[in-house]
Design a protein around this ligand. Structure first.
Ligand code: GLA
Length: 378
């Protein structure tokens, strides 16, 4: 299976946690389609933990969907998702139990992959709780990687070991198409900025067929739901979504799609930002501040080469007071003497302006500015 761009979709965990059901999935899918999210590229509908019965079937040893939450079985849910032109994702764990204490796939990897294929599953998130201490991470992900490749269905393999065991060193070899690289996000500004700070220098390991996954977005949750926490404001969500786009991370939405506000819908369907996230060359963003990246600093300036010869440049304020952030063009490879100025197109307003040598942006608390940048011969 080829996965050339960061995967996009929605996952149940952030909002619903264990409170999932056929009904909530159907309502979400209906709204998803009504809002036109598939047209923006969002395609996977993923059911996270807590979907199964507490024990395997005693005779077949297969996992069984919760009879209470999914009375018509999982295939019926997959069929519904497919009938709307979307793809269907599920969840399991490399350990003996999942993180929320449902059956895990340890020592049942091949049987479970076959079961997921029978359900009509197109995506598997694979967690790391309750693994036997004698089992090593790479081997466990190799097992499920092989099981998925052998099961007769194309299933995107989404690893979730939270960055443990230097995951970036070995995860690509297991067949995983994306890999969680940090602990769990919760819906507040500190949580997502800490995730970003820990990954700014790790995106050089992210590339087609195995993308660094900074976790499901909390954009639009406003403090509600399973990982609700204190919530974020619209400015903070603008920064979160911009960071995920600029850094080329998978875009898995986590808010309650049924209750999405117009401002959030506009943000998550911003064409310029999505084009940066899905850029065909999928090159990593780099630190453009001209000094080594410092996690204590309020600012981050990230740049990224795009396929058509443009660059994306983003200025981010990680503090709750106004700051200025600067990019000297020489620090992104355009020395003044080269004879190029840079045209900056604001991805939010569409405004274009040409600058020489440098650009300094004033950023309100927690805010960002993101541009598509074209070199212009002087
Ligand atoms: C772990 C994962 C989360 C979520 C929960 C489910 O914590 O990192 O993303 O899947 O398990 O229990």
């Amino acid at each position: 299976m080829l996965v050339n761009r960061p995967p996009m979709g929605w996952n149940t965990w952030n909002t619903f946690g264990a409170k999932i059901s056929e009904q909530t999935i159907k309502e979400t899918v209906d709204k998803f389609v009504e809002l036109g999210l598939p047209k923006s590229g969002y395609e996977y509908i993923v059911i996270d933990d807590c979907w199964s019965e507490k024990e395997r079937d005693p005779i077949t040893h297969k996992m069984v969907a919760s009879r209470e939450k999914f009375p018509n079985g999982m295939k019926a849910v997959a069929d519904y998702v497919h009938s709307k032109g979307l793809k269907f994702g599920m969840y399991s764990c490399a350990g003996v139990r999942t993180c929320a204490n449902y059956p895990g796939s340890f020592d049942h990897e091949f049987l479970d992959a076959e079961t997921f294929a029978e359900f009509g599953c197109d995506f598997l998130k694979y967690d790391y709780c309750f693994r036997p201490q004698t089992a090593n991470g790479p081997l466990l992900y190799h097992r499920m990687g092989n099981a998925l490749r052998a099961c007769g269905r194309d299933i995107l393999f989404s690893a979730c070991n939270w960055g443990a065991d230097d995951v970036w060193r070995w995860i690509r070899s297991t067949g995983a198409h994306m890999y969680r690289s940090t602990g769990d996000i919760v819906d507040n500004f500190t949580s997502f900025t800490n995730i970003v700070k820990s990954q700014i220098e790790k995106f050089c390991y992210s590339a087609p067929n195995c993308f660094n996954d900074m976790d499901m977005l909390t954009v639009g949750m406003f403090g509600n739901g399973n990982v609700g926490s204190s919530g974020c404001n619209l400015t903070q969500y603008k920064s979160q979504f911009s960071l995920w786009c600029l850094m080329g991370a998978p875009l898995m939405l986590g808010c309650d799609i049924r209750k999405i506000t117009p401002e959030i819908l506009e943000l998550i369907t911003n064409r310029e930002l999505l084009a940066i996230n899905q850029d065909p060359e999928v090159r990593p963003a780099f630190n453009a501040e001209g000094v080594p990246y410092n996690t204590e600093s309020c600012s981050a300036v990230l740049a990224r080469l795009l396929a058509n010869g443009d660059l994306a440049v983003g200025f981010f304020n990680f503090c709750d007071h106004e700051i200025g952030a600067t990019v000297m063009f020489e620090n992104i490879g355009f020395p003044f003497a080269a004879g190029y100025d840079l045209k900056f197109k604001d991805v939010f307003t569409g405004e274009e302006k040409i600058y020489q040598e440098r650009l300094t942006c004033r950023l309100d608390a927690c805010d960002c500015a993101v541009f598509r940048v074209t070199p212009v011969k002087r």
